[in-house]
Design a protein around this ligand. Sequence first.
Ligand SMILES: Nc1ncnc2c1ncn2[C@@H]1O[C@H](COP(=O)(O)OP(=O)(O)OP(=O)(O)O)[C@@H](O)[C@H]1O
Length: 363
Amino acid sequence: MATLEIDRVKKSYGQMDVLKEVSISVGDGDFLVLLGPSGCGKSTLLNMIAGLEDITSGQIRISGDVVNDLSPKDRDIAMVFQSYALYPTMTVRQNIEFGMKIRGVPPEARAKATKAAADMLQMGHLLDRKPSQLSGGQRQRVAMGRAIVREPKLFLFDEPLSNLDAKLRVDMRTEIKRLHQRLGTTIVYVTHDQIEAMTLATRIAVMKDGVVQHFGPPQEVYDRPANTYVARFVGSPAMNIIPASLQVGADGLAEAVVSLPSGEARIAGIPLSAAALKSHAGQKVLLGIRPEHFSLTSGPGLSVHIDVVEPTGPDTLAVFAMGGTEVIARLEPFAAAAGDRLTLAVKQEKVVVFDASSETRLD
Ligand SMILES: Nc1ncnc2c1ncn2[C@@H]1O[C@H](COP(=O)(O)OP(=O)(O)OP(=O)(O)O)[C@@H](O)[C@H]1O
């Protein structure tokens, strides 16, 4: 078990800075997800934690010890790759036992550790098969089994589910979560899948162009994203980002004025600090409203004109124009058609406000 501190870490390849002063620290037993699109630097950061890439500047500490110059084998970590990296000519049992054999673990102890890992991952019946006789999900389990028997301080996962089909991804996601619950080992996990990040993480670092945009617990990242990039990246459908103007309402709280095809509408009672309200009153801002924070109402509300209705089963997505942009609401299933007028209420206490030019969230 381990704490992990990434302290002002930079990585450059020649002139190109792929990581720009990244600082993240997590506690013992945390599940850290590095989330971002292709090319944002998340695999580079993971490889630096593993010791597979040099650090240009800054420090990485595992349980307080600087590991910058330690070789991968001396870092007490286990890594699970996207490609599984199993030995094709060995059986599952031999694949799992191989590392222990190299380290001189006696046969009885190897057999015991292998059985415990196989039981945990429900693959006892696969031990005598070769990797070519396994499905993708089963290979993934073997790769995880091989990591578990090392009893590392830190598990590193590099997009472990990206080669699996959609159904298996969900099953294996649960398996990884169960593994973390049972072992309590600190995990660093790289993905570009925001649902994986939300479901697995205790801490998420959302990255873009080598910079951490938001580092925090998943619910905080979802509810109060640091900027519009994070707001759009996490959640599906994405958070609506709606141009509006900010005013001080009659009650002294923030109030937004948005344009609708039917005229102007007001959303009152938006939570915003007195300082942010003072500095931005009278200005253009961007409102962040999650699709599920709209609801149908028979009382006063926003009168919208529905362009598209998309029933998903548990709920219905309604698309309409607001603030000159396309907005999506996630509503309880209802009978409506394109062209209908609806009146929608907004959970104003959930609305977040972003500065219009920097696009960072106002407190
Ligand atoms: N050896 C290298 N030399 C030069 N540039 C590199 C090298 N390795 C990676 N890069 C660049 O560094 C950036 C970050 O790459 P990295 O693989 O960390 O991104 P990523 O977020 O993990 O993306 P993906 O999900 O596609 O793997 C990319 O722009 C990539 O082109």
